[in-house]
Design a protein around this ligand. Structure first.
Ligand code: ZN
Length: 485
């Protein structure tokens, strides 16, 4: 009795399967399929099994996309046609990833000696830390201990996003900042503190509010994102951006005496939305500023986030993927909930409905949706030159988007229009305002009709209209002083 089944091989292990992404195997249990796989590709064995023949902890096996980590995984029966996926639960430190080539200086070897003598870290692991990068969202309660331990541990590049200044009320828990720093930018204060702690690491500072417009660009250069935010819109933004960018999210949150931690956004693992698909109604869950927080609490949770980041970088241990840790400081108790990836998750599920970053303030009910009645009543896809002129004269200020090429724009243009050539629109539409009506325009109306279609159906803009007849019609009917081409 032999079945034919498929095992999907993750990228880091493909060097051992002659670059094959999937291997056909046979057997009647998960264990037999894996045994058949390692018979065919002997080189895989040491990556999947310990010397004692046990499946390694960091190897997650999914049966038909179902996580079987919590079951008797090797005994799990399989049916013909079932497929297995091997998902090493590591971010950049997968077992087959070549060690980072970065060398350590004499000073660094002295500094990290307590790491170097741990077999699980060693020179190889320390070089990986040096080559790795973590982006901390926020330099507050969670970001403070996390960034300090990451810097001390030798994570080579640490980014911090924050735009706040240090306040006296921060000092009870935000140890990156000291009393003389009150009134300074948190980023400057954080950078000084971290560089004093470890001059061998690079500190990147981003003095900005994390937004749907900048999140993916900010995340791109980093291996791990550490979520130290204190509000729901940013938390959902960080989650969704991590899933979309394929970056692990070392998550933590705190309130009064209770903290939470997990690792989200790892392929195959759940995300924050698998747990909380919708935010609580605004005002229901108070923030730390409103409800207070025990000063040491972010210390504990932030250090857990730093620990998870370091484990992900090194590819060691059992990450908090699919596990939700809850800490109660009053009872001094940790509890752990199992989390499963929700196949219906709007972001990381099988048929995601959130495929780009949205307006998270609106999603969290902080800003009302634009008046739906007026947009529905106004659901005409075109506007004439005369009508546009009438509305501009009446003080209306729609955003006029010119989708022609720059050389055409030099010849003539509608006053106040903004140029984004049609070909650049798919990657630049984030530059467009979501709170204003957009009038798309080109030479004769054909290209801008495509732009209108794209913005409405793909990019999710509601109020977009095409200028019928383009700038040629505008010149004929409104402004004959401009040259035609
Ligand atoms: Zn999810």
């Amino acid at each position: 009795m032999s079945n034919t089944n498929t095992i999907h091989i993750p990228t880091p292990l493909r060097p051992f399967t002659d670059k094959k992404e999937a291997v056909e195997v046979s057997g009647s249990t998960v264990g037999e399929l894996l045994a058949d796989l390692t018979r065919r590709y002997e080189g895989l064995r040491k990556h999947l099994y310990t010397d004692e023949g046990r499946l390694r902890n960091f190897v997650n096996v999914y049966l038909n996309d179902e996580d079987i980590r919590y079951l008797q995984r090797e005994q799990t029966p399989v049916k013909p046609g079932d497929s297995l996926s091997i998902v090493p639960s590591v971010a950049g430190g997968a077992p087959a990833v070549a060690p980072a080539a970065t060398d350590l200086s004499q000073d660094e070897i002295k500094r990290y000696s307590r790491h170097l003598i741990i077999p699980e870290v060693g020179m190889d692991g320390q070089r990986r830390l040096k080559a790795a990068s973590v982006l901390c969202i926020g330099a507050g309660g969670l970001g403070s201990p996390a960034a300090m331990y990451l810097a001390a541990a030798g994570v080579g590049r640490i980014g911090i996003v924050d735009f706040d200044v240090v306040d006296f009320s921060n000092l009870q828990r935000q140890l990156l900042h000291a009393t003389p720093d009150v009134g300074r930018s948190k980023l400057q204060s954080a950078k000084d503190r971290l560089q004093a702690l470890n001059p061998h690491v690079q500190i990147d500072t981003y003095e900005t509010l994390l937004s749907s417009e900048n999140a993916l660009d900010l995340f791109a250069p980093y291996d791990v994102i550490l979520d130290g935010t204190d509000n729901f819109p940013t938390r959902y933004l960080v989650n969704d951006a991590c899933v979309l960018a394929g970056k692990p999210n070392a998550y933590g949150s705190i309130f009064r005496f209770e903290g939470q931690a997990s690792v989200f956004g790892v392929k195959g693992g759940p995300c924050y939305r698998c747990l909380y698909p919708e935010p609580p109604p605004p005002g229901l869950v108070p923030s730390c500023a409103e409800g207070g927080v025990l000063g040491v609490l972010p210390g504990i949770i932030g250090v857990i986030q730093a620990t998870e980041s370091i484990k992900l970088i090194l590819g060691i241990g059992e990450p908090l993927i699919g596990r939700f840790l809850i800490y109660d400081a009053l009872k001094m108790r940790f509890r752990e909930l199992k989390l499963r990836k929700d196949p219906e998750c709007p972001v990381c599920g099988t048929h995601p409905t959130v495929t780009r970053l949205i307006d998270y303030e609106q999603f969290c009910g902080i800003r009302p949706e634009p008046d739906v009645a007026s947009t529905d009543a106004d659901d005409d896809w075109e506007i004439t030159a005369v009508e546009l002129k009438r509305r501009l004269d009446a003080g209306d200020s729609p955003f006029i988007l010119d989708v022609r090429e720059p050389n055409e724009y030099q010849i003539n243009r509608i006053p106040g229009s903004t140029l984004i050539p049609l070909g650049e629109l798919p990657r630049r539409y984030q530059e467009l305002p979501r709170d204003r009506e957009i009038i798309a325009q080109c030479k004769s109306g054909a290209r801008s009709a495509r732009a209108t279609e794209f913005l409405r159906t793909t990019a999710g803009f509601k109020r977009v209209k095409n200028l019928r007849g383009g700038i040629l019609d505008w010149i004929d009917k409104v402004d004959p002083s401009q040259p035609k081409y």
